[in-house]
Design a protein around this ligand. Structure first.
Ligand code: SAM
Length: 236
């Protein structure tokens, strides 16, 4: 269950009405039941359910199950899409193991404002559904050059580009299979990257241009496909 952190031994997590309903009526957990909770930062913890009031329960955090490792430190850098497609892309990206969502504005980004609450709610729902331990809620969108300039040098950038020459992603990513780098996958907006953006991205050292085949995919499809390829080659 995703809960607001920080988590530690003895932390008491008060459950609001929705969470109480989910635990008691949907999951049908009784007093003393033990479940696993995570806050997206501090790994996974065992917590015991107990009555807090007539219609409310709380969770008493006991011990840590799995410390957070950053082996699966996989970022998706994306240009926001129209709502339904964005919902889909965020959910599937987290299911595919994206631990950080980094929205960027590019010359052809068609979306002016990002509903951060909705992005985080989709990411958390997907994380709970597939037991992903860490999904760092995303910041508001920033210009692509700003994000690339801030990206640490050791974060290899996989730049998904329909015009990219490389046909075999596994080959291109192979060098990173042994020591998986923290990795950022970059997907362009529905209108694609502008020429000056392509030039800027390609200039970045250790950037791999990844082709996902000859068809032009929608950005949300390309995001899921690219993350699947990266996980298949470098999966944790
Ligand atoms: N510029 C394209 C066009 O000609 O209209 C549209 C861009 S596509 C809808 C959105 C993004 O998905 C691209 O910027 C790229 O990052 C990714 N993408 C789409 N098809 C791809 C492919 N075959 N290989 C790699 N990336 C792809």
């Amino acid at each position: 269950l995703f809960v607001q952190g920080p988590l530690g031994p003895g932390t008491v997590i008060a459950c609001d009405r929705d969470k109480t309903n989910y635990l008691v009526n949907v999951m049908r957990l009784a007093d003393g039941a033990v479940l696993h909770v995570f806050d997206g930062v501090n790994g996974e913890w065992r917590a015991r359910l107990r009555r807090a009031a007539k219609k409310a329960v709380e969770l008493l955090v006991e011990d840590q199950v799995r410390p957070q490792t950053d082996a699966s430190d996989l970022w998706l850098i994306f240009a926001p899409l129209k709502q339904a497609r964005l919902d889909y892309m965020v959910q599937k990206a987290v299911e595919m193991g994206a631990s950080r969502l980094v929205p960027v504005t590019t010359r052809y980004t068609q979306v002016g404002r990002l509903n951060l609450e909705r992005v985080s709610a989709n990411a958390i729902e997907a994380a709970e559904q597939c037991g992903v331990l860490s999904v760092t809620p995303c910041d508001d969108m920033k210009p692509l050059p700003t994000v690339l300039a801030a990206l640490p040098a050791d974060r290899l950038l996989v730049f998904c580009d329909e015009d990219a020459a490389i046909a075999n992603p596994a080959e291109a990513l192979q060098p990173f299979a042994s020591a998986p780098q923290p990795l950022a996958v970059l997907i362009g907006p529905e209108g694609g990257f502008a020429p000056e953006e392509r030039a800027m991205i390609s200039k970045r050292p250790r950037t791999i241009a990844l082709s996902l085949g000859p068809r032009i995919l929608r950005a949300d499809t390309a995001a899921v496909a690219a993350l699947a390829v990266v996980q298949a080659v470098l999966g944790d």
